[in-house]
Design a protein around this ligand. Sequence first.
Ligand SMILES: C[S@@+](CC[C@H](N)C(=O)[O-])C[C@H]1O[C@@H](n2cnc3c(N)ncnc32)[C@H](O)[C@@H]1O
Length: 521
Amino acid sequence: MTDTNAYDEVLYPEAAYPQTHPNRLAVIARLLGLSPEPIENCRVLELGCASGANLIPMAEMLPESQFVGIDYAQQQVALGQAVISDLGLTNIQLIQMNILELHDQFGQFDYIIAHGLYSWIPANVRDKLIAICKQCLKPQGVAFISYNTYPGWHMLAMSRDIMRYRIRDIQSPQERIEQGHDLVRFLAELRHKSNSDTQLARFMQIYADLLKESLVLSEGRPAAAVFHDELETVNDPVYFHEFAAHLERHGLQYLSESEFPLVMLGSLPRPVQEKIAGIASNLIDVEQYMDFVRNRTFRQTLICHQDAPVNRRLNPAHLLSFFIISPAKVEPGADSSAGQFVGRDGIAYATDDDVVREAFNLLIDVYPRGLTLAQVVQDARATVYASRTPTTTVQQDAERLAAHFLQCFSTSLNLIDFRVHEPAFVTTVSPKPLASAYIRHQVTQNERVTNGLHQPVQLEDGERILLSLLDGTRDQAALVDHMLQHINRPADMTLEQAQARMSISVQEMLGDLAGRALLIG
Ligand SMILES: C[S@@+](CC[C@H](N)C(=O)[O-])C[C@H]1O[C@@H](n2cnc3c(N)ncnc32)[C@H](O)[C@@H]1O
């Protein structure tokens, strides 16, 4: 639907997207030769910002930067404005406006975000979106645009057509979601239900797997997301080469995907790499052929001006200005001295280089915080050379480590990731713990909140209650007292016993919250 009512009738689920954060965009921009403004003092525009759930936590964490969000859905914008006013934030404004009316009245921006917009708006609005990027992006700026892509959407379109046919006469949004989903689910499970092995049944099995992978049928996906993402009147996927041509018509160019490892041809099997290298005549071709191989359904692309000084030769020297983080773990069953690591996505990394191994161990220890390259080199050398004479210089170790980190970053962000700015969260529990005002607001509305890395974090009820109390005025004893008011003490438990139990639980929860980047003091 293209009128304002669709998003006011069924509000889009509130979410923050780490991949849109300037802290991530700036990393790729710098790696590829651009010099966008430091994110501590930048200007960010979000188009289709809904109720500001992506923009508000950015604004809270970067108080010297300026944030402008535009959305035409009145109710969503009003909700966001109320939160901004409650939090007393003065560096962010959400404006109810059709992007067709936007030109340069809010000035130029270092970062522009349009998540979930390009494919879901009519052609003239889509063209305007790209024109805004040209007009409002500073010369060294970066814009993030996500969109549905072919060839993957040729297959997904089948589920959309089925759902839209089923609900063609149904008015109630809730009914539309339920009935549409119900029929697709039934068809996707057909093979299982009929227990047959016909060609159709085999196809339905493949189709069901595809739908699960692509989120259409994934568990826990908010119904409102299905309502808008799959059932909207406008849903126009494009081939990547068409998107790139659209950019070119507006004097813009493709910079990278926000998921950096996806731009690496080396992530595909060697025969595929060779085939693509043999037939592609330029970067856009390479990306398009990779989409065919991956049956890609969705892209999250970074773009910049056509005349921006893009340099695609990755230079490890850039790491000198980054914070390096590692969400990896020591390979299960291995010892930390083994040099075997694995990311959440199962991608493994092994090294027999002592300095690299110790560097990984250090980064894993401090995660979710990061370290600068200089800190990692110094600390890793201190461990490795505690009982033997160094065989390499600091400079040599720094260069080798930077090259390893860059290689890991290009393979999986679950092994190594970079930030240009160290977010203001703490990983140790202070005497009077503090959570951000926005998190304390979020826990009253949602089971999910946005942490200091701008990631969504799912919470238990007890954690939500505890977080709501963390305004920096209460010590652990006071927190225990407050938490006790929220439970029904069993008749056979004394107050002292309940206090002792709650005290352990509060301590554990606080440690856990700190480990998930949810405390700022
Ligand atoms: C699919 S939602 C995405 C919301 C958010 N960016 C996200 O990804 O969670 C699309 C948003 O764009 C807004 N929108 C659509 N067309 C618009 C237009 N022409 N001008 C301003 N906002 C628009 C809708 O109101 C809605 O909030």
